[in-house]
Design a protein around this ligand. Structure first.
Ligand SMILES: *[C@@H]1O[C@H](CO)[C@@H](O)[C@H](O)[C@H]1NC(C)=O
Length: 461
């Protein structure tokens, strides 16, 4: 996972996903001409306005309209803006309570039209909502705030996709279903960092994610010794839940140069291994190497199966980003590889302890309902798209985040993540991402499940 991508996650206010809140109040319209105007003015030349006029004159970047809005409680609203962008398409900036801002696009129109401004989370009591110039030269007639509709009930598949899923995998799946939408599992990448959290907060993550990276044959042949299986078993034995990802070092074709050393071999930039070419026939030498690697990983997953550990398995992660070789040739070879992995591990190796976690968002990358148990994202702000992708039949997890999500926001937005897992060194221990105070709040929050609170999970669903 790259730092650049992670930096997108900093804005936790960007958690604008999901739709919901309690609707016991109808839509409310606020006329622009009744609001507080800064550098803008009322006009009536353009026909079709409501009230006694509209507001225009956004020529300086600080020009704005400030609406004062009272909300009976802290809740989410759908914002719409009645506007005429008579000089062509424009953009405005919506600023809520002087802090969080978002951009709204206005299509060109020679009369007043209503444009969606997305969702805003208003505090109980007084709020301000500013419409700030951005690309100016539009006419604002009014805004309307409607309490967002409550979220529809989930329709999660009753069983894991593998019909032969073993009792461990089924128990985990049932447990996850039982908490989904009600609580979130706390999670951490790497056992050592999970233990660090215990020291810092007095609470231990419910879920630990480990990486099969060092069992990749092209690393093992250069001397790596994986420890992820032992760590996973350790966390399982103390009653925790285990997630496994795999930074799959390319089977061959590693550049191993100064800039792209062999241990970077899961990056597209570090190898000329061509997944499309390798999968183009089952007789070619590189196909054989793919099978060799899958079989090597199967040995490790089998150790977990034998130890009774059900696994949230997340291979081929972040494929759509293209920065890993399995995603470098677009969606088709990647889906083919996913299907091969699923078939080889499930049917040939009889690994029935796995729940399959898919980790890309774009529909064209989705391998399909038959081989995916759980959808996930490594970027918060795209969760809404995931709900659509799985038609709410698949649970959704935030499998890699830079900053642990704030439970109050998750609840206010009804963002139903099954778990979150914070990335390891550089994130969990970096105050820019996770201050200790915030971690303590999160780890002690009622909405967040920690290791002590999930003891006996197997029998509780
Ligand atoms: C297998 O992949 C390597 C590394 O990309 C490449 O050099 C080689 O030509 C490929 N082999 C075959 C048989 O296509």
């Amino acid at each position: 996972m790259t730092r650049a991508l992670k930096s997108i996650l900093l804005g936790i206010a960007a958690l604008a996903v999901g739709t919901h809140a309690v609707p016991c109040q109808g839509p409310r319209t606020y006329q622009a001409e009744d609001a507080v105007l800064t550098g803008t003015h009322i006009d009536t030349a353009q026909p079709g306005y409501t009230g006694s006029g509209y507001v225009t004159g956004f020529d300086q970047s600080s020009d704005k309209i400030t609406f004062k809005i009272n909300s009976p409680s802290t809740r989410l609203y759908d914002l719409s803006i009645r506007v005429a962008a008579i000089y062509g398409e424009k953009r405005t900036t919506v600023v809520l309570n002087g802090a969080s801002s978002s951009e709204v696009y206005f299509p060109a129109s020679d009369s007043f039209i209503t444009v969606s401004g997305g969702q805003v989370l208003l505090n109980e009591g007084a709020n301000t909502l500013d419409i700030v110039s951005n690309w100016g030269w539009y006419l604002i007639d009014s805004i309307t705030l409607t309490p967002s509709a409550p979220r529809a009930a989930h329709n999660i598949n009753p069983n894991p996709v593998n019909p032969a899923a073993n009792a461990d995998a089924k128990a985990l799946y049932n447990y996850l279903k039982s908490i989904y939408g009600k609580k979130i599992l706390s999670g951490q990448q790497e056992l050592s960092w999970a233990n660090w959290i215990s020291q810092q907060t007095g609470k231990t993550p419910a879920l630990v994610s480990v990486d099969l990276m060092d069992y990749s044959p092209s690393r093992v042949e250069r001397g790596t010794v994986g420890t992820a299986v032992e760590e996973a078993i350790q966390h399982h034995e103390r009653g925790g839940i285990v997630s496994v990802l795999w930074h799959w070092n390319a089977p061959t074709g590693l550049y191993d140069t100064e800039e792209n050393r062999w241990w970077s071999g899961f990056y597209t930039r570090a190898t000329d291994f061509d997944v499309e070419q390798a999968l183009s026939s089952t007789t070619n030498a590189n196909y054989t190497l793919i099978i060799r690697d899958i079989d090597a990983i199967a040995v490790q997953l089998k150790r977990l199966q034998d130890a009774g550990v059900p696994v949230l398995f997340r291979p081929l992660h972040e494929a759509e980003g293209g920065w890993f070789w399995w995603g470098a040739k677009g969606p088709e070879p990647c889906k083919k590889l996913w299907n091969l992995l699923y078939d080889r591990l499930t049917n040939y190796h009889q690994l029935n302890n796995l729940l399959w976690v898919w980790n890309s968002i774009l529909p064209e990358w989705y391998p399909g309902d038959d081989t995916v148990d759980i959808l996930s994202a490594d970027v918060y702000a795209q969760g809404n798209g995931l709900v659509e992708l799985g038609q709410d039949k698949k649970m959704i997890a935030a499998t890699e985040v830079g900053a642990a999500p704030l439970p109050d926001l998750l609840q206010a937005y009804q963002v139903h993540w099954l778990w979150f897992a914070v990335w390891s060194d550089g994130f969990i221990n970096n105050a820019e991402w996770n201050s200790l105070e915030t971690l303590q709040t999160i780890y002690n929050h009622d909405y967040v499940l920690t290791l002590d609170e999930i003891q006996g999970w197997r029998n509780s669903a």
